[in-house]
Design a protein around this ligand. Structure first.
Ligand SMILES: C[S@@+](CC[C@H](N)C(=O)[O-])C[C@H]1O[C@@H](n2cnc3c(N)ncnc32)[C@H](O)[C@@H]1O
Length: 266
């Protein structure tokens, strides 16, 4: 079993983001907590494309239980929960989980947990998904425990999908495209909207007004890239079927990212 090593800045970054949003967060706030570009994800076809591709690649039905690893404040839970029987979202950032619980999704529960050491028994779920999370880890060695846990927790015949993984073999082309997309969005929608206001109680606001406190520094996070070969090798080692899937066409970065689907043999 590889050594489990946490990246301590990850929960800090997402906790800070969750502290900027209200209960029952709106779409813009959900984008903020998930670190998504709001001008891109405001387009319904982006979100619908993501949902459709994950549903197809996981062969997800309304009879299935689904675990989402790294659910943040539930942006994807809103789409996944209606596609399955029972949805469970987990995330390491308690503030994000608290906001997800206010969404009022009837067949969904949300838990605070570290995906590298999950507590569910073997085969607890029919399906598992982890989307746009691995990119926050700086090495395959750190994501490997998450993948092993996801595979362990799906039933025989079940599937685990890890999604939208930045492909190391086309990093330069991806960065070039990111610059172009940013310019296209500026031209179409104007500059990036400011982040939602941080939510602080009235006493804290008053105290900081009189103390003239400098604004709190915001934690930062970096995105990392991965090699398909590492995911294929792990699948062989775990004795599961592995497929590399495409990211949905509506995503302007589809050519530079990939999904991995691990299927448990019956
Ligand atoms: C970029 S956000 C993506 C959220 C959501 N999957 C989406 O696509 O909108 C990554 C999320 O993964 C969570 N995360 C990072 N490391 C984690 C870990 N070790 N265990 C559980 N959650 C983790 C973060 O707290 C954050 O909410």
């Amino acid at each position: 079993m590889p050594q489990v090593e946490m990246q301590s800045e990850i929960p800090l970054f997402f906790e800070d983001r969750a502290s900027h949003i209200s209960d029952n967060p709106d779409w813009r706030e959900l984008c903020w907590v998930s670190g998504r570009e709001p001008r891109l994800w405001m387009r319904p076809e982006m979100y619908q494309g993501l949902m459709r591709s994950v549903q197809q690649q996981l062969e997800l039905t309304t009879d299935h239980s689904l675990l989402e690893v790294g659910c943040a404040a539930g942006m994807l839970a809103k789409g996944f929960a209606p596609l399955c029987k029972q949805y469970v979202g987990l995330d390491i950032a308690p503030g994000a989980v608290a906001k997800a619980r206010t969404l009022g999704l009837p067949n969904a529960t949300f838990e605070v947990a570290n995906a590298q050491q999950m507590v569910y028994p073997d085969g607890a779920f029919d399906r598992a998904v982890c989307y746009d999370v691995l990119t926050n880890f700086d090495s395959f060695a750190k994501v490997e425990p998450i993948l092993r846990e996801m595979v362990r927790m799906v039933k025989p015949g079940g599937k685990a999908l890890v999604g939208s993984i930045p492909d190391e073999s086309c990093k330069e082309a991806f960065l070039k495209r990111a610059g172009e997309v940013s310019k296209e969005l500026d031209a179409k929608f104007g500059p990036l909207p400011p982040p939602p206001q941080k939510h602080r109680g009235p006493w804290k606001r008053l105290a900081s007004f009189f103390k003239k406190e400098p604004p709190a520094s915001t934690p930062e996070i970096v995105c990392y890239y991965f090699r398909k070969e590492d995911f294929l090798r792990l699948g062989q080692e775990l004795n599961v079927h592995v497929e590399i899937g495409a990211v949905h066409d509506e995503n302007p970065y589809a050519a530079y990212r990939f999904n991995v689907i691990y299927s448990q043999i019956r």
